[in-house]
Design a protein around this ligand. Structure first.
Ligand SMILES: *Cc1c(COP(=O)(O)O)cnc(C)c1O
Length: 391
């Protein structure tokens, strides 16, 4: 039972089928003039239109990259380097994906100043904090659309409006929202938006950056001028075709998938909160992705929980895939104001279109069993006043 779709997802069979010819038969370089190359170019431009259509952009506003991380880097560094004479201040949130967080930290070392907006208990930034943070040196606001760990959705449209009023570039990392909730770059008032294929049943190592017409970025890599000079390098045609197909499928099935998965999510949330004592949901109850569940259990260590669930056939995670190798608790959970020990007791389950009601029943039952077993063994749990120990 795969319940870690925010880490990655299985490539859809239709996506795989669409990609296959571009490895062997249609292997041309999209920059060449003969028909093999032209066919590759055509397939690529078709994919560009599919990506653009999903987010309400113009075809020429889509730049292919190697994934979400690269898109974030190009948007943030590209803006910072381009506008460094105008100002050196960047505003972001305290719960960004490392692709944004670490890029901002790097820029701090290079002389930029970064404000990390708090997200409070519910995991959502306040527009008033943003307004207070803006100075005449602010050149970029970068705030994620939805968080990869706790699933909370940020007020992007309002943030974008403020950015525009103040003539500040606005980038959002929408890797987690693409294909999960309806998304339109005009309604969101964004100038740049990051996309990755592998979180929406596409292949790994391919993504895109939406760059609004008129927005100028300094390239961070240099080469043969591909992708309007912003992202040079021979195009990953098969990957691009896969990304396009994944976007097309996501668009066609968006409402249906979102409704189906939201039902599973709510069943899982209610089932666990009702049957496991001292269990809590991290992040806002409703302003969250249709597929995201993030619990915390008093007196439990998240990693043990994940390993025990694995032995019951459930793939889940604690913190994000990127922070789970480190020992310190996730910066997202601590930004909610959680104590270290509580942040360590978290469990993320992210659902996908392949999950069923039976999977959810099994997950609820397994979580209940494993939490009870671990608590019986836990000195932490025994020390908690009022913690009931059932024999
Ligand atoms: C996965 C993820 C990324 C990174 O995307 P890659 O394609 O794996 O580089 C960036 N931001 C968010 C919110 C993500 O969930």
């Amino acid at each position: 039972m795969y319940m870690d779709h925010s880490a990655t997802s299985q490539v859809d069979k239709q996506v795989f089928k669409a990609m296959e010819p571009y490895f062997v038969h249609k292997f041309g370089n999209a920059s060449t003039l003969y028909s093999l190359g032209r066919d590759a170019r055509k397939a690529m431009e078709n994919a560009r239109a599919q990506v653009a259509s999903l987010i309400g952009a113009k075809t020429e506003e889509i730049i292919f990259t190697s994934g979400g991380t690269e898109s974030d880097n190009i948007a943030i560094k590209g803006t910072a380097y381009r506008l460094k004479d105008k100002g050196n201040h960047i505003i972001t949130s305290a719960i960004e994906h490392p692709a944004v967080e670490e890029t901002c930290k790097y820029l701090e070392k290079k002389g930029f100043e970064v404000t990390y907006l708090p997200v409070y208990k519910e995991g959502i930034v306040r527009v008033s904090d943003l307004e207070d943070a803006i100075t005449d040196k602010t050149i970029l606001i970068t705030i994620m659309h939805a968080n990869n760990e706790i699933g909370t959705i940020q007020p992007i449209s309002e943030i974008g409006k403020i950015a525009r009023e103040n003539k500040i570039y606005f980038h959002t990392d929408a890797v987690q929202t693409i294909g999960k909730i309806p998304l339109n770059v005009e309604e969101l008032n964004v100038d740049m938006l990051s996309i990755s294929a592998h979180k929406v049943y596409g292949p790994k190592g391919i993504g895109a950056l939406y760059v609004r017409k008129g927005v100028r970025l300094e390239p961070i890599i240099h080469g043969g001028g591909h992708e309007r000079g912003i992202r040079p390098g021979t195009e990953n045609v098969s990957g691009i075709v896969g990304l396009g197909k994944a976007c097309e499928l996501a668009q066609n099935n968006l409402t249906e998938n979102a409704k189906y998965i939201t039902n599973l999510r709510d069943k899982l949330i209610n089932g666990v909160l009702d049957s496991v004592e001292q269990s809590y949901l991290n992040g806002h109850r409703t302003e969250r992705l249709p597929n995201n569940v993030n619990f915390r259990f008093t007196g439990i260590e998240g990693e043990s929980l994940v390993l025990h669930l694995d032995s019951k056939g459930i793939a889940a995670s604690t913190g994000s895939a990127c922070s789970s190798k480190k020992l310190e608790p996730s910066h997202v959970l601590t930004a909610l104001g959680l104590e270290q020990v509580d942040a360590h007791g978290s469990l993320r389950l992210t659902l996908g279109k392949g999950n069923t009601e039976e999977d959810i029943d099994h997950a609820i039952e397994s979580i209940k069993e494993v939490v009870e077993t671990l608590r019986k063994l836990s000195p932490l749990w025994c020390a908690i006043p009022g913690a009931e120990r059932k024999e």
